[in-house]
Design a protein around this ligand. Structure first.
Ligand code: G3H
Ligand code: 13P
Ligand code: ZN
Length: 293
């Protein structure tokens, strides 16, 4: 049942990021998931963001879905279901096992009758460097618990913790994921697995941002070979936010530094959108989703 490719979920907060994803998807003939978090909703407004994404989905000849990323409670999930989201994530990873099951189950009961699919998370996203075996066991997803969680919640996709974390500073030393654990989860869990915190934090973007004044020393992401391996072990959805933020910021910095007379936002945000688009296209190649729409 393992697929040879994964679909990317790209976080957006504004029109430029959405255009970057939709233009990349069309050019790559790739399916794409557009993800918004509760804090994106706070920033852009639920109606503004959901209607922007719906307009994009209706305008492009490829499958593009609208996903709530890291829904923190029943209320935000319920608002997003009503707003027409195609899928929602309920992130009960901060709760204990039974609490996470109860909340996820409640969301599934709301979402499934409306045709909305549900992603949940078991385990906590955190780097595993300098952690003891016991500490790792407490954070990372336990394969047997994952199987029980999926059975008792009827969830459609499961985010797993195998050593990735959000943001631009994922590792101090060598990047390391627990592939053995991922393999063991895959053997026991037969729904799509999701990899959060999957940005690669490419050196060339960090160098560009740094050249124009950014201070991002120590930034480090997931090497591309690790992403490929994770896909080969059954990861079907991959979440990317940080690499888009970095591409955007590096380009805005460059333009402001090189063109001090420029004051038309489109001349600043347009190239920033193009930079994010190139990153998304690169992900579509890496994930193998190019040509799959
Ligand atoms: O988990 C996803 C993000 O990278 C954090 O996004 O700042 O919109 O909550 P946020
Ligand atoms: P990154 O911070 O690695 O891009 O991860 C994003 C993510 O997991 C969104 O849910
Ligand atoms: Zn995430």
């Amino acid at each position: 049942m393992d697929k040879e490719y994964a679909v990317g979920a790209y976080n957006i907060n504004n029109l430029e990021a959405l255009l970057a994803v939709s233009e990349a998807a069309v050019e790559e003939k790739s399916p794409a998931i557009v993800a918004v978090t509760p804090s994106a909703i706070k920033y852009g407004g639920l109606a503004y963001l959901s209607n922007l994404v719906k307009t994009a989905a209706e305008s492009v000849p490829i499958p593009m879905s609208l996903h709530l990323d890291h829904g923190e409670d029943f209320e935000v999930v319920s608002k997003c279901v009503s707003a027409g989201f195609t899928s929602v994530m309920i992130d009960g990873s901060h709760l204990d096992f039974e609490g996470n099951i109860a909340l996820t189950r409640k969301v599934v009961e709301l979402a499934h009758p409306k045709g909305v699919s549900v992603e949940a998370e078991l385990g906590r996203l955190a780097g595993v460097e300098e952690k003891t075996v016991e500490e790792k066991e407490a954070i990372l997803t336990d394969p047997a618990a994952a199987a029980e969680f999926v059975k008792r919640t009827s969830v459609d996709a499961l985010a797993v913790a195998v050593g990735t974390s959000h943001g631009a500073y994922k590792f101090k030393g060598e990047a390391k994921l627990d592939f053995e654990r991922l393999k063991a989860i895959r053997e026991k869990v037969h729904i799509p697995l999701v990899l959060h915190g999957a940005s690669s934090v490419p050196a060339w973007i960090i160098e560009k941002a740094t050249k124009y004044g950014a201070e991002l020393g120590g930034a480090k992401g997931i090497p591309e070979e690790h992403i490929k391996k994770a896909i080969s072990l059954g990861i079907a959805k991959i979440n990317i936010d940080t690499d888009l933020r970095l591409a955007f910021t590096a380009t805005v910095r460059k333009i402001l530094a090189n063109s001090p007379k420029e004051y038309d936002p489109r001349k600043i945000l347009g190239p920033a959108k193009d930079a994010m688009k190139e990153v998304v296209k690169g992900k579509m190649h890496l994930f193998g989703s190019s040509g799959k729409a």
